[in-house]
Design a protein around this ligand. Structure first.
Ligand code: GLY
Length: 364
């Protein structure tokens, strides 16, 4: 079985790896190489009980998190590389009584659904996270959450894919069509055909026409993040608060996210974005005011109109599949998406999660 994946972000590369691991001959096409788009500015958080803003997204996110450990193990072994991946848990910080009450309600709802989540009072919080602002009055601890270092994951995914025979083609896909009864991708240089084509081009998916089908309703939402570094990690867990989050790596780096900006296809890092993120970081962890500034990145998250991914077969184009629209959860949902798509492409049946993300809800 020959497959072409259009888009070499975390979703496209995870799909390519999964298909190749199951025996397919896979090419991945992207004009900018791997790990661009939304992937390059992702903080790698795995936090469905915070970011699952709808019942459907929560169900997908929890299914995605369940697969993570095993996926990291497989990719790491196939790539022969380690990947920084830790289930540190998250702390959602309250500065006011009202915020604390809202977190208590969230914690009770999680407990009702069988997820252990614990409220920490001010004393417990300052003992466990002494670098946090003293204005933090309470926090909700959700232990199963964690993060993966995305650049390390991408290097490993590409390496594992290459070791399984995946080819990366640096070219811009212009159109997906049929050629002699096979699915095909037109680029400026050539038309490449295969048994199946998977459109996983994130925010750019809408600009790659799939023959006569409507374009997937995906728009870019820019996110900027900062990378700061202290000599020692100032936090032991991911912290959410003041409208954003901080992800502490083992080496003392801290990712500070993020913005959500409707600015079209503008991938710039802006002075205003950096200023707002620096203010947020210092407000939550005052010592970050003295941190080394390691950089800032911007990426375009692909948001569909209902903020759920679009995964599944094209209605009118046999052999063509969509895997796009992952918005704020591409890293979390990449392993799940890869297994859903590999099942479909290789005829392994349909998992129940597919009902939540079907392309035909948009007439695709
Ligand atoms: N998932 C984190 C973000 O979108 O900023």
């Amino acid at each position: 079985m020959q497959v072409i994946v259009v888009g070499a972000g975390v979703v496209g590369c995870a799909i390519a790896y999964e298909l190749a691991a199951r025996g397919a001959a896979v090419r991945v096409i992207d004009p900018r190489g791997s790990g661009q788009g939304a992937t390059r500015a992702s903080a790698g958080m795995l936090a469905p009980y915070i970011e699952g803003h709808s019942a459907a997204l929560l169900q997908l996110g929890v299914a995605g998190l369940d697969q993570y450990e095993r996926f990291i193990g497989r990719v790491s072994a196939d790539a022969r590389r380690s990947i920084e991946y830790r289930r540190t848990g998250t702390l959602q910080v309250a500065r006011t009584d009202e915020e604390a009450r809202a977190l208590e309600r969230h914690g009770r709802a999680l407990a009702d659904s069988g997820v252990t989540a614990t409220m920490l009072d001010q004393g417990e919080l300052s003992r466990s996270e002494p670098a946090l602002t003293t204005e933090a009055r309470a926090a909700l601890l959700i232990p199963p959450h964690g993060y993966v270092r995305v650049a390390a994951l991408m290097e490993a995914l590409v390496g594992a894919g290459v070791n399984r025979g995946v080819q990366l083609v640096v070219a811009r896909a212009r159109r997906i069509a049929h050629l002699n009864g096979r699915a095909a991708v037109e680029t400026a240089e050539a038309t490449l055909d295969a048994d199946a084509v998977v459109l996983a081009a994130g925010s750019w998916s809408g600009g790659i026409p799939v023959d006569t089908a409507p374009s997937p309703p995906v728009r870019p939402v820019r996110g900027q993040i900062l990378q700061l570094r202290l000599p020692q990690p100032p936090l032991s867990r991911i912290v959410w608060g003041s409208g954003g989050y901080m992800v502490p790596w083992e080496d003392g780096s801290v990712l500070v996210g993020s913005t959500a900006e409707e600015v079209g296809f503008d991938e710039s890092v802006t002075a205003d974005g950096v200023r707002r993120l620096l203010e947020r970081a210092e407000r939550l962890v005052p010592a970050l005011g003295g941190a080394v500034f390691e950089g800032a990145r911007a990426g375009l998250r692909p948001a569909s109109t209902d903020e759920l991914p679009i995964i599944g077969p094209s209605k009118g184009m046999p052999g063509v599949f969509y895997a796009t629209g992952h918005y704020r959860n591409g890293v979390l949902l990449a392993p799940l998406t890869a297994s859903l798509v590999a099942d479909l492409v290789l005829g392994g049946g349909e998992r129940p999660e597919l009902q939540l993300v079907r392309p035909d809800r948009f007439g695709l």
